[in-house]
Design a protein around this ligand. Structure first.
Ligand SMILES: [Ca+2]
Length: 245
């Protein structure tokens, strides 16, 4: 006859084994779930890493920030340049407007000799940059709303300073290079003009009736000079911008 004590021992041992097996199975299932979670997590991290890699590659090899020089950061020596803030939408702390006489210099050799303002341009990466002026026709002319008060003399001291329209490449007189633009130019200055009334615009080009886009190329990083000088009066200048090509 089996003693009660023996029955109790057997039952207890059986129960302990069942609990242990259950725990083992549970632990195993938990391990598997954790493994799945880790794999999914790893996959997500890989996806994130790939995205980050894409961004880093672009930022290192492709992205060169535009260089922006606010016109008002230099105080012109000629006080006929006025610092203004009336035309909303300007950048920085304002813009410059020439309120002296118009200086077209037709048939003379005086381009850039009155009212010139020179700025430093810090070029961190060598290469070619599109040169833009952000400007505004700041005086209404109902008969010629887009072709008056719309140009400024512009010179960049660079390894190459030129303008392009399709296959045409031109240089300002005074650089020793040809061909030259149509209309006035000289002493290394282009006539930089736009034809957009009523808004700030970054569109700027040169050569009369055959708009050429202006570029400057720098062979090495360094600090270069860009000079603007008044041509039309009331051609408001917000900033000069160099856009890496
Ligand atoms: Ca400005």
């Amino acid at each position: 006859m089996i003693s009660l004590k023996r029955v109790v021992v057997v039952v207890c041992v059986t129960l302990v084994m069942m609990v242990l097996y259950s725990c083992s199975e549970s632990a195993s299932a938990k391990d598997q779930m954790e493994q799945v979670d880790e794999e999914q997590s790893d996959k997500k991290e890989e996806e994130v890493d790939e995205n980050e890699d894409d961004g880093q590659e672009e930022s290192v090899s492709e992205k060169v920030d535009p260089i922006i020089i606010e016109a008002e950061t230099v105080t012109p020596s000629d006080d006929r340049w006025k610092l203004k803030t009336e035309l909303l939408g300007f950048s920085g702390s304002g813009y410059l407007v020439w309120e002296g006489p118009e200086l077209f210099w037709k048939g003379t050799d005086n381009i850039g000799k009155i009212g010139a303002v020179t700025y430093d341009v810090a070029v961190k990466k060598e290469g070619t940059y599109k040169v833009i002026l952000r400007t505004y026709i700041a005086k209404e002319n109902p008969e010629k709303p887009n072709t008056e008060h719309n140009d400024t003399w512009l010179k960049v001291v660079a390894d190459d300073f030129y303008a392009i329209r399709d296959a045409s490449k031109i240089y300002p007189k005074g650089t020793g290079k040809q061909p030259n633009p149509k209309g006035e130019n000289g002493n290394g200055f282009f006539k930089a003009y736009m034809n957009h009334n009523g808004a700030w615009t970054e569109v700027i080009g040169t050569s009369d009736h055959e708009f050429h886009t202006i570029y400057a190329s720098f062979d090495t990083p360094g600090v270069y000079k860009v000079t603007i000088a008044p041509r039309s009066n009331y051609h408001a200048l917000d900033y000069i911008k160099f856009v890496y090509q």
